[in-house]
Design a protein around this ligand. Structure first.
Ligand code: PLZ
Length: 450
């Protein structure tokens, strides 16, 4: 079998601007969007996609944009990656759906076998498949509750876990995720996060002090014996690409273990090679009881999973977990193609190389640009936090202006962060180094003009 291709041959890997951004066809489609699509569904750029692959997105006007977003960390193997298309197309021709809960199929089982192999820890593992990240997180909480007989769920400042009712409650940020959508699910307790850049006493003691605060708050306010699960992103995504101070995750995991609490790593954004390891927990040797995955798992098709200790996963009664489409056969075929691509092309190594290039370029810029308060991240999950020069005061307007300038020059970048002042870089892991450097040059130019 030929090795999976990184990049579709038919899609030139170049930035090419042939109209203003957005072009006339995108403007026309935006007008139709405004008339037909609910205003609550926003878009980062008013540009409509026609084709995408490798490190580029081609729009309906023939512009080719450099992609530093991967559709929010989804197309790690590239959009329409060869092995994803090949396997999904074959599955489409065979059958599109039977419902795994009615007449099962091999692809679902094969994805669960891969998840058992790839997620951290050598213990016996099982999985259940779902459609979205939020659904996976909800199910992790269901499993932790039924396994422990406890109700409370502990989450963290700056955490993001989804937009459904329970996951809105788990998510930290009010606007835009929660405002007006309550009441929220009960028994959710939010704890301080070891955020090195903003820790009051500085980064050195951050892990230890934050972990002490968390365990003290749980003990005093919740009672460890009432906690079913601690849910945390090993590298925080929407909340600002925050890498918790080293030592924080292992301390929290140890506390969970000591008190019979299920430690859930939400690896929906950080998983599947994004940070240069299969899962971000591995950077600190943390073995979670349950892992939630989605996004990068299936090369762009909707698929999500909860994977974990077999005895926990088996705690729910038969029929207690499921959903009509969970583990759709086409999505499972795509996942097997995506995982094949990650292995064959060693995308963990590519993510680590992307980190090197980004740190090299933006690290040099940092000296000259006092608006960059922090440069952080792991692998191909990197970000700059923008502040008013000489202070740590968040500057969301600078982030928005920089993003707009990049967009106008054909570079897709996203913002994030509790204060909206973080620019994040999530290129497909298969992006060519020339395109990566060109994108960083655009960004560098925009930062220098700040
Ligand atoms: N957990 C860690 O990053 C999704 C959200 C985009 P779904 N992040 C992108 C938006 O504005 O809706 C995410 C995540 C982490 C859970 C989720 C939720 O995954 O597939 O969007 O439901």
């Amino acid at each position: 079998m030929p090795a999976p291709q990184a990049v579709p041959a038919a899609l030139p890997q170049e930035r090419r601007l042939v109209t203003a951004i957005p072009g006339p066809k995108s403007r026309e489609l935006m007008a139709r969007k405004s008339a037909a699509v609910a205003d609550g569904v926003g878009t980062v750029m008013p540009v409509f996609a026609a084709r995408a692959g490798g490190g580029v997105i081609e729009d309906v006007d023939g512009n080719s944009l450099i992609d530093f977003g991967s559709g929010i960390a989804v197309t790690s193997v590239g959009s329409s990656a060869e092995a994803v298309v090949r396997r999904a197309a074959a599955q489409l021709a065979d059958f599109t759906h039977t419902c795994f809960m009615v007449t099962p199929y091999e692809g679902y089982v094969a994805v669960c076998e891969e998840l058992a192999r790839l997620t951290p820890g050598g213990h016996a593992k099982k999985s259940a498949l779902f459609n979205s990240g939020a659904e996976a997180v909800e199910n992790a909480v269901k499993i932790a509750r039924v396994a422990t007989g406890r109700q409370a769920v502990v989450v963290f400042d700056h955490g993001y876990h989804g937009r459904t009712n329970l996951t809105m409650a788990l998510t930290a940020k009010n606007m835009p995720y929660k405002q007006g959508f309550g009441p929220f699910a009960p028994e959710v307790y939010r704890m301080p996060l070891a955020y090195p850049y903003r820790w009051p006493t500085g980064p050195e003691r951050c892990a230890e002090e934050a972990a002490a605060q968390v365990t003290d708050l749980i003990d005093k306010q919740v009672g460890a014996g009432n906690v079913a699960a601690i849910v945390i992103e090993p590298v925080l995504g929407e909340g600002g690409f925050i890498v918790p101070a080293p030592g924080f995750l292992p301390r929290i995991a140890a506390y969970a273990r000591a008190h019979g609490i299920v430690f859930v790593a939400d690896e929906i954004q950080s998983g599947f090679c994004r940070t240069g390891r299969w899962f971000a927990c591995e950077h600190e040797g943390v073995v979670p009881d349950l892992v939630t995955t989605a996004k990068g798992i299936a090369g762009g098709l909707p698929l999500a999973a909860v994977t974990g200790r077999a005895e926990l996963m088996d705690a729910a009664h038969t029929g207690g977990l499921g959903g009509t489409y969970g583990g759709n056969p086409v999505a499972c075929a795509a996942a097997l193609g995506a995982i094949e691509t990650m292995r064959e092309l060693d995308l963990n190594a590519r993510a680590r190389r992307i980190e090197e290039v980004v740190r090299d370029r933006l690290g040099a810029l940092r000296e000259a640009c006092p608006a960059i308060g922090d440069l952080r991240g792991r692998g191909a999950m990197m970000a700059v936090e923008l502040v008013r020069p000489g202070t740590k005061e968040p500057d969301p307007r600078a982030a928005a202006a920089l993003a707009a300038s990049c967009h106008a020059q054909g570079l897709v970048v996203l913002t994030c962060g509790t204060y909206g002042n973080v620019l994040r870089f999530l290129p497909p892991l298969v992006i060519g180094e020339d395109l990566l450097r060109e994108g960083l040059d655009i960004l560098g130019g925009a930062l220098a003009r700040q």
